[in-house]
Ligand binder design. Structure first.
Ligand code: NAD
Length: 355
């Protein structure tokens, strides 16, 4: 089915609210998921809500949790997310880090034990909207590993996303690198499975370590695995991301000495820098304008596919989906309706909310 963003916001917010969240939290979670769909990342959109409801029922996400300050020491901030919904607790931690960065010029912030924080780019966008540069290193744990190490044949870590955000200029929108360190995000395998399509080429291995395009290897025993992007380099970045996101934040890595309860826990290490306190904003803008113009002027291989910069594909997707709405495949839609009834909405209420 095709739905407008408003319809999906209304439905998802109602589900989260019925699950025990205050209205403001429910709206924030819904907005975060729908915006991921609008930006072309269905992997982190409304299709996550059945997982969230499953975690809610198991006590693995705790509604109405605020990020708790663990350390407040000048430019160093640490928070514990207490398994609260990821968007609200990571948003609170980011707001505090941004305010501090305006005073100190640089901040290192750790957030441990948040439930799924979703599209990490959302936190980079908070920083660039405040005129700051940010870097985010995130690990994913509390459930089985899904990504195999380079040269390995079984999964030993998860999709460990990395995000780097740089503010824009009068001529250029903010730059936003926001990516899983696996060849594709796990949610893209879920979307392929639900749509009955093959997984992207080169994204998966089966339980014997052989390349496969069957998304079902991630959902049945013995499990296959995702592979890191970019061979040994992506793998190396994933390892460092796991360590930054955990060793510095106090959050658990996926090593077997730590508990896995079957939920999703994200830990995030963030560095914020005020460019005005280093080379200056005028210099930053001059270099962004000059460099981005230069890069984008490279003659494209295919004239219909011009050179883009990080963040641009998401803006293009959003312009298109703002106009045409968001496509939700039948399996995902059925799972969302089931999730709604699990928290106590009737099918009639779901039908009213989705028209
Ligand atoms: P992706 O592969 O679609 O895109 C990654 C990045 O590449 C983006 O910054 C995009 O702007 C850039 N890009 C894409 N095409 C480009 C082009 N032609 N030119 C220049 N830049 C281009 O993203 P992904 O790796 O599938 O990740 C999807 C989402 O999943 C991200 O939002 C990420 O934060 C999220 N994620 C979250 C978790 C979690 O546990 N919370 C885990 C993994 C991934």
């Amino acid at each position: 089915m095709r739905a407008t963003a408003d319809t999906l916001r209304r439905l998802i917010s109602a589900i989260v609210k019925k699950g025990g969240s205050a209205a403001a939290e429910a709206d924030q979670v819904a907005e975060h998921l729908v915006r991921a769909n609008l930006m072309g990342h269905d992997s982190h959109g409304v299709g996550m809500i059945p997982t969230y409801v499953r975690h809610l029922k198991a006590g693995l996400v705790v509604p109405n949790t605020r990020a708790k300050v663990v350390k407040d020491d000048g430019a160093l901030l640490m928070f514990d997310g207490g398994r609260g919904y990821g968007r609200p607790v990571a948003g609170q931690a980011m707001d505090a880090a941004i305010a501090r960065c305006r005073e100190s010029g640089v901040v290192a912030m750790g957030l441990a034990n948040a439930h799924h924080i979703g599209r990490v780019g959302a936190y980079g966008e908070l920083a660039s909207a405040a005129g700051l540069v940010s870097m985010h290193f995130v690990n994913v744990t509390d459930h089985r590993a899904t990504v195999a190490p380079f040269r390995g044949t079984d999964a030993r870590f998860v999709t460990n996303p990395v995000c780097i955000a740089v503010p824009g200029t009068d001529r250029h929108a903010p730059l936003l690198l926001d990516m899983a360190t696996s060849q594709v995000a796990m949610g893209k395998i879920r979307v392929a499975k639900n749509e009955g399509k093959p997984a992207p080429e080169g994204a998966l291995i089966d339980a014997a370590g052989r390349p496969t395009r069957d998304p079902n290897v991630m959902y049945s025993e013995p499990h296959g695995a995702l592979v890191p992007f970019g061979g040994h380099k992506g793998y190396a970045l994933a390892v460092m991301t796991e360590l930054l996101a955990t060793a510095l934040t106090g959050g658990p890595s996926i090593q077997p000495g730590n508990q896995r309860m079957g939920g999703v826990v994200n830990n995030m290490f963030t560095v914020l820098v005020d460019p005005g306190r280093l080379a200056g904003v005028d210099w930053l803008r001059r270099e962004i304008d000059g460099f981005i113009d230069y890069v984008k002027a490279s003659p494209p291989v295919d004239p219909k596919l011009p050179v883009l910069v990080p963040g641009e594909p998401e803006r293009i997707a959003q312009a298109e989906r703002d106009r045409t709405g968001i496509e939700v495949d039948a399996t995902t839609w059925a799972e969302i309706v089931d999730a709604a009834t699990t928290v106590g909405l009737t099918r009639a209420e779901v039908a009213t909310l989705s028209t």
